[in-house]
Design a protein around this ligand. Structure first.
Ligand SMILES: O=P(O)(O)OC[C@H]1O[C@H](O)[C@H](O)[C@@H](O)[C@@H]1O
Length: 314
């Protein structure tokens, strides 16, 4: 049964029932002159692939995650069972010239093809750390993206995106908050394009029965409208399908022995993607189950939109 959206933590950036120890950017600036940066315990910044900066989150309860500042892309999530639940494609490039193909890339302010480049620009830009905190050994970090000349060349609006990533003992949750900081309205759509490690022949996704579908197979330019009739969606071949009005909870069996609950609030739609033979070298090893907002969001000046996702082992 679909979970109620209300089961996710309260959508607040600033409140936590457990009183986190906070480490704000003002503290970082104060230490910058002696070359040190102060983050909450369990939050560290190190050099990752290609020399790109990444954040390492480590919970005292044994879970770990890794986030690249380029694209605010979460590339690794190890819950205490030790396996990485996320997948990074073998053709992923870590040099800042193209988005990191794997983990959890952002699609913003456009999902898929459209007036700007595929999936927008948020996955091609450097985000910065604005805050870190720890609650009972569980670290969290907040990343920020603002418009610059690169984003404005494609989308001429002033905006702020705040992305809080919180690691818990058996789950990872993210909160994305988009604010219109311009003096004119704008609209966007968005997705978290999550690549899960998988053994594709054993993969199934439960929870989508009854959803309206926009199937990009066979023609991505003219998605076919339909309705999902299956209790469990499997991946016997190429899959590229949008599900409108998706539930707050999906269950992914990754074919590797794990059942993963993907819950959300306000990500109203979902996308399933596996490229099959278009990516012969790796298609068997991953599946994308994406929380998405395909219906356009319109924000007036000063308005915000907020959505949460939680990934946990069943
Ligand atoms: O290769 P990318 O630009 O990362 O996009 C990969 C895929 O993303 C989504 O899942 C879309 O529905 C697909 O049509 C697209 O092929």
């Amino acid at each position: 049964m679909a979970a109620s959206c209300a089961t996710l933590p309260s959508p607040s950036f600033l409140s936590s029932s457990k009183s986190p120890r906070r480490f704000r950017r003002s503290g970082v600036v104060a230490m910058a002159s002696i070359g040190q940066k102060v983050y909450a315990p369990g939050v560290a910044v190190s050099e990752g692939n290609g020399g790109l900066q990444k954040i390492d989150l480590k919970s005292t309860h044994g879970s770990e995650a890794e986030i690249y500042l380029f694209g605010a892309c979460i590339t690794s999530l190890k819950l205490p069972n030790g396996k990485d639940l996320l997948f990074v494609r073998p053709d992923a490039v870590f040099n800042g010239t193209k988005p990191i193909s794997g983990g959890i890339p952002h699609c913003f302010p456009q999902f898929g093809p459209g007036p700007m480049q595929q999936h927008g620009f948020a996955r091609n830009m450097n985000w910065s750390i604005t805050d870190s905190e720890v609650t009972e050994g569980n670290p969290a970090v907040t990343l920020e993206l603002k418009d610059d000349s690169y984003s404005r060349s494609m989308w001429d609006y002033s905006f702020q995106a705040l992305y809080k990533v919180a690691l818990h003992s058996t789950s990872l949750s993210t909160t994305l908050k988009i604010t219109n900081t311009d003096n004119k309205p704008f609209s966007f759509n968005s997705a978290l394009h999550t690549y899960f490690s998988a053994s594709i022949n054993g993969v199934s996704v439960k929870g989508l029965k009854g959803c309206k579908t926009l199937n990009k197979d066979p023609d991505p330019q003219n998605p076919l409208e339909g309705k999902e009739e299956r209790e469990e969606v499997t991946f016997p071949g190429f899959v590229d399908c949008i599900y409108l009005g998706a539930p707050c909870e999906l269950t992914l069996d990754n074919g590797l022995g794990d059942k993963i609950i993907i819950s959300n609030s306000n990500w109203s739609d979902a996308v399933l993607w596996n490229p099959h033979l278009q990516m012969e070298a790796c298609y068997k090893d991953f599946v994308c189950v994406e929380n998405a907002k395909i219906d356009t969001v319109l924000l007036e000046p000063k308005q915000s939109w907020l959505a949460e996702q939680k990934i946990e082992l069943a």
